[in-house]
Design a protein around this ligand. Structure first.
Ligand code: PLP
Length: 454
């Protein structure tokens, strides 16, 4: 690296999240300098179509001026205030009211945090508090799913079931269990229908609840469509069967809408796409189109009432963040929700999703691609060594990484999750940009195939 260049200084000082630190010392950073619409530009001026909306989140693309204005206006009026001890401000109040109006089932209260991880950490604490309030002191365990992604704080990382989040960290904490992953292509058995597979998944969950003891299991948390686990679309009847089991054992259903919320799957909430009726819902990311960090936990009145009573009895709800409902973040989130409504962003997703899914599924004909899957503007392809047997490549071949690198060379930023390549572009993407995205991906797969044959 050039001495004192941004790359040299990055390598010298910056420990990057989710990055191989040793490899980074050799490789250095990709420095993104600016954004426009669905494109971002690196420090050499090269354009990339951002097929992941950053981290599944910049739903309105990279230059929505109205959000800049909303932030600036709020910064000038009241740049910060807190919401502890009865304090409030209008952006927080308006945003709470708006979210309750938008909830997928009748809900009554919203708690604000700054990130998806904090939101899910808050979910855990509120569920514990709720069960303590009801005298159910043993009912504290959480069940999530293998490859589910719920964050990285000590507790939310315990919910997370992806491979890199536990080793080395002494996680998961006790009381956090992971049940089967509903990926039919990978885990469906010979001759098993999707329906039977869904039944087996629900049976696995029931078995786990019985083994743990239903009196110890508090909640089940799931993403409507798993994101970081590889964009796993569950079988049609999966959540119906899962929720029947939860009901039977009085276990709360928590929907993690951090990726799926706000139109991503073709409905306002992912819960509506897959038939979840949540008791608690966490959301973040596209709540503010990710321009500023804000997240929320929404709950039904049945969950809220015991929490309210306990907090009255104890004198205070002993949980909250300096930045809970930060007014500038809340103002940007409100403006984001206003834009979604005015521009009918869900209608737009429904209009362009057929093109997105058609082009995605067409890549299924590529010799490297074993499965394509998706809903709305959320999709993935899985690279395999043998399409007939579904056998993966030896991880040492780095097939997904090769495809990711080739895509970047063609001016396309995707996400490689092992050998799965994910696509969640900004929701404002149009059909010709969708074509451009998949044309580039096709070339990248050809390049990866050539490299793998060497
Ligand atoms: N939940 C889901 C479904 C996510 O995808 C993520 C992040 O990608 C999180 C929670 C954690 O959010 P954050 O990275 O904002 O802490």
């Amino acid at each position: 690296f050039q001495p004192n260049s941004p790359a040299a200084r990055d390598v010298a000082y910056f420990l990057h999240p989710y990055t191989n630190a040793k490899a980074h010392e050799e490789q250095g950073p990709m420095i993104i300098e600016r954004g426009q619409g669905v494109y971002v530009y690196d420090d050499a001026g090269k354009a990339y179509i951002e097929a992941m909306a950053g981290l599944w989140c910049a739903s309105l693309g990279f230059d929505e001026k109205r959000l800049v204005k909303a932030a600036t206006a709020q910064l000038e009026k009241l740049p910060y205030y807190h919401t502890f001890a009865h304090k409030a401000h209008l952006p927080g109040i308006d945003l709470a009211e708006k979210l309750i109006q938008l909830a997928p089932v009748p809900m009554s209260k919203v708690f604000f945090c700054s990130s998806g991880s904090e939101a899910n950490d808050t979910v855990i604490k509120l569920v514990w508090y709720y069960n303590n309030a009801r005298g159910r002191h043993a009912k504290k365990k959480f069940i999530s799913r293998i490859k589910g992604y719920h964050g990285v704080t000590v507790a939310s990382a315990s919910l997370t079931g992806t491979p890199v989040n536990h080793p080395g960290f002494d996680l998961p904490l006790a009381g956090f269990k992971h049940t089967s992953n509903p990926h039919y292509y990978r885990f469906g058995q010979e001759g098993e229908s999707e329906e039977d597979f869904a039944t087996r998944m629900a049976n696995d969950l029931e078995q786990m609840i019985l083994e743990e003891g239903p009196e110890t299991v508090a909640a089940f948390i799931a993403e409507p469509i798993q994101g970081a686990g590889g964009v796993i679309v569950p079988p049609a009847t999966y959540f119906e069967k899962i929720q029947a089991v939860l009901k039977k054992y009085d276990v709360l259903m928590v929907a993690d809408e951090v990726i799926c919320g706000f139109g991503r799957t073709g409905n306002f909430w992912g819960s509506q796409t897959v038939g979840i009726k949540p008791d608690i819902l966490s959301c973040a990311k596209a709540l503010s189109s990710s321009y500023l960090p804000i997240s929320a936990v929404m709950m039904t009145d049945e969950v809220y009432q015991p929490i309210a009573q306990a907090s009255a009895d104890l004198g205070v709800l002993g949980h909250g963040y300096t930045y809970s409902a930060h007014p500038v973040c809340a103002a940007v989130a409100l403006e984001t929700l206003k834009i979604y409504e005015e521009r009918d962003i869900v209608g737009h997703v429904q209009a362009v999703a057929p093109r997105f899914l058609e082009r995605l599924h067409a890549l299924g004909a590529h010799p490297l691609v074993g499965e394509t899957r998706g809903r709305g503007l959320m999709g993935a392809l899985e690279i395999v060594a043998d399409k007939a047997t579904k056998a993966p490549f030896d991880p040492k071949a780095g097939a997904g990484a090769l495809a990711y690198k080739a895509a970047a060379e063609h001016g396309l930023i995707v996400r490689s999750i092992g050998d799965t390549i994910a696509f969640t572009p900004p929701l404002i993407i149009n059909e010709s940009q969708i074509d451009e995205m998949f044309d580039k991906m096709h070339k990248a797969l050809d390049d990866a195939l050539a490299a793998l044959k060497k």
